[in-house]
Design a protein around this ligand. Structure first.
Ligand SMILES: Cc1cc2nc3c(=O)[nH]c(=O)nc-3n(C[C@H](O)[C@H](O)[C@H](O)COP(=O)(O)O)c2cc1C
Length: 240
């Protein structure tokens, strides 16, 4: 039953690029969907993401231009910008650390000690960066020597950190879109936008990046560009 409902949601979620101007999307739908998105799995529970809900008509018009005039943005009733914030790693590591500490009374047990080390030592090691690439070099050396004789988590430079935060943010975006479908509306994820202008408009620091922008509305049949095609299962799924 649960799987059947899920199948229905998966079938229903299509990228729709033309929304019905007559049908409003209630704010509660977006709020509930963002609340669900926040529950998405994310790397180390660091939650290095932010969600900018573009509400005012004036702002929405700006985003149509930022999204290069795409019809999904132009006709959207609601727009949400999904942002990665790898620059907030220290704050979020501390947040996790503080939450762990709150649950510890007396001497920490083995699991608690591991948690304290994880957020107190491993996260700084994984996320710290500098202009000269010193920390990236240290991480690569640790990974190289640690991985010589046994499987080892491979840490790297800024590009690897960016991949990590974008993975988690995209999962949140997917939860959001599935939720929108479950609520009876349609969405369109967009990466066709002017990132520089979006970042400026949101007043974001250079460490932040735009993951995707999602347009939401009541979809129309013309908004779906055709049947859903996928490369066959056998060509993309490999059993070993
Ligand atoms: C990261 C990402 C970026 C996308 N960017 C755009 C976009 O800028 N404009 C657009 O019309 N569709 C965009 N799409 C939608 C894809 O074209 C669409 O998901 C794909 O064709 C499969 O169709 P479906 O979503 O209906 O299953 C994007 C999808 C993803 C996941």
């Amino acid at each position: 039953m649960l799987a059947e409902n899920f199948d229905e949601i998966i079938e229903k979620r299509r990228s729709n690029r033309r929304f019905d101007p007559e049908v409003k999307v209630p704010d509660e739908v977006i709020k509930r969907s963002l609340e669900r998105a926040i529950l998405s799995p994310n790397s180390s529970n660091m939650q290095l993401w932010e969600f900018y809900w573009i509400k005012s008509q004036e702002e929405k018009e700006k985003y149509t231009a930022f999204c290069l005039g795409q019809s999904a943005a132009k006709t959207a009733q609601q727009i949400v910008v999904f942002v990665t914030r790898k620059d907030l790693w220290a704050k979020h590591a501390k947040w996790n650390l503080d939450r762990l500490k709150q649950g510890i009374t007396g001497e920490p047990n083995k699991l608690q000690k591991r948690g304290l080390d994880y957020y107190g030592k491993l996260m700084p090691l994984a996320y710290r960066s500098d202009w000269f690439g010193f920390f990236a070099f240290v991480r690569r050396m640790i990974s190289f020597f640690g991985g010589l004789t046994k499987p080892f988590y491979r840490m790297g430079g800024k590009a690897d950190q960016r991949v990590t935060v974008h993975k988690s943010c995209a999962l949140a975006a997917q939860t959001f879109m599935l939720s929108i479908a479950a609520e009876g509306f349609e969405s369109c994820p967009m990466e066709g936008f002017d990132e520089k202008r979006v970042k400026q408009a949101l007043n974001l620091p250079c460490g932040a990046e735009i993951n995707m922008i999602i347009a939401v509305g009541k979809g129309t049949p013309e908004g779906v560009w055709g049947p859903r095609f996928r490369i066959p299962y056998e060509e993309v799924v490999f059993e070993r």
